[in-house]
Design a binder for this molecule. Structure first.
Ligand SMILES: CC(C)(COP(=O)(O)OP(=O)(O)OC[C@H]1O[C@@H](n2cnc3c(N)ncnc32)[C@H](O)[C@@H]1OP(=O)(O)O)[C@@H](O)C(=O)NCCC(=O)NCCS
Length: 258
């Protein structure tokens, strides 16, 4: 369920203490008394950075070590270690394609016909509007280690797999498979980051579930085969185990607002 949370100094301080940061350089950040729209199931893992814009501040689920220079629809999920550029946008409501008209004027009970004063401006006399239920939420689901380039436009309900990359200014109309690099309008796969055998191993390994600060002897530019071997060895020998970052839930946030 969607809920509205008012930003208070206490809530801001609480989020900061949990290492959940809000970018302030581009926009107005989290000012006191502004309203955040979140879902009951929203979870924020520590060490993440998120940007809110001036209007309708929405907050998705965000994984540890992810940063986003773009605000996402509330019911979205951003995995761990995602890099999200600025000016990404999300397609708005779909209009009915199989009715005699696609016009919102004929749709009742939705923000489409009620917003912008449409219902006043577009009188249709006694003609009965009918609701249009899309049965979809607005969320975009990003896996882990996803990189989104600047100014991407997403159709609703898109899933982007672990390790995938979306090129700048792409229009994404279909789900993106793990470790694919997609680009263009509509976005198409231009190649995969690694051969399928490696991708299979990475999807089993799920390196993002382990503490990178314990990846001793592994370098950030390690050859991928060697990275897989070394991390597998550390896991099998018990040198390293999965970790669970500190989290903040929607309920936690409710305790610091009024
Ligand atoms: C998608 C991307 C990662 C691909 O990088 P790359 O592998 O070096 O790509 P290449 O330059 O080798 O291009 C491969 C092909 O894809 C095409 N292509 C690359 N990026 C594209 C894009 N954004 N849109 C459409 N086509 C694109 C190239 O024209 C080329 O086509 P061709 O094979 O027909 O000649 C990169 O181009 C990109 O868009 N990066 C995003 C940068 C960004 O937004 N950064 C923000 C900071 S977070």
């Amino acid at each position: 369920m969607i809920k509205k949370i008012k930003i208070t100094p206490e809530l801001r301080q609480f989020l900061l203490s949990k290492k959940i940061y809000f970018a302030v350089n581009r926009q107005d950040g989290l000012a006191d008394n502004c309203i955040l729209t979140i879902d009951d199931s929203t979870i924020l893992e520590n060490n993440c950075l998120y940007t809110v814009s001036s209007f309708d501040k929405t907050l998705p689920t965000i994984g540890t070590h992810s940063y986003s220079a773009t605000m996402f629809p509330t019911q979205s999920q951003i995995g761990r270690y995602c890099s999200i550029a600025s000016d990404i946008s999300f397609m708005s409501a779909q209009h009915p394609l199989d009715r005699f008209t696609t016009s919102s004027v004929m749709i009742s009970g939705t923000s489409v016909s009620d917003s912008f004063g449409f219902s006043d401006a577009c009188q249709i006399g006694g003609f009965k509007q009918v609701p249009y239920d899309q049965q979809m939420n607005d969320g975009i689901i990003l896996g882990n280690d996803v990189w989104l380039g600047q100014e991407v436009l997403f159709k609703k309900n898109i899933k982007v797999g672990d390790g995938a990359v979306v090129g700048a200014r792409s229009i994404v109309t279909k789900d993106v498979p793990p470790y694919a690099i997609v680009a263009g309008s509509p976005a198409k796969i231009i190649r995969y980051r690694y051969p399928f055998k490696i991708i299979e191993q990475l999807l089993i390994l799920k390196w993002w579930n382990y503490p990178v600060w314990k990846f001793s002897s592994i370098t950030a530019d390690e050859q991928i085969e060697s990275f897989i071997d070394k991390l597998q060895h550390k896991i099998i020998t018990g040198e390293i185990s999965e970790y669970h970052p500190e989290i903040v839930t929607a309920e936690d946030m409710s305790n610091y607002t009024d």
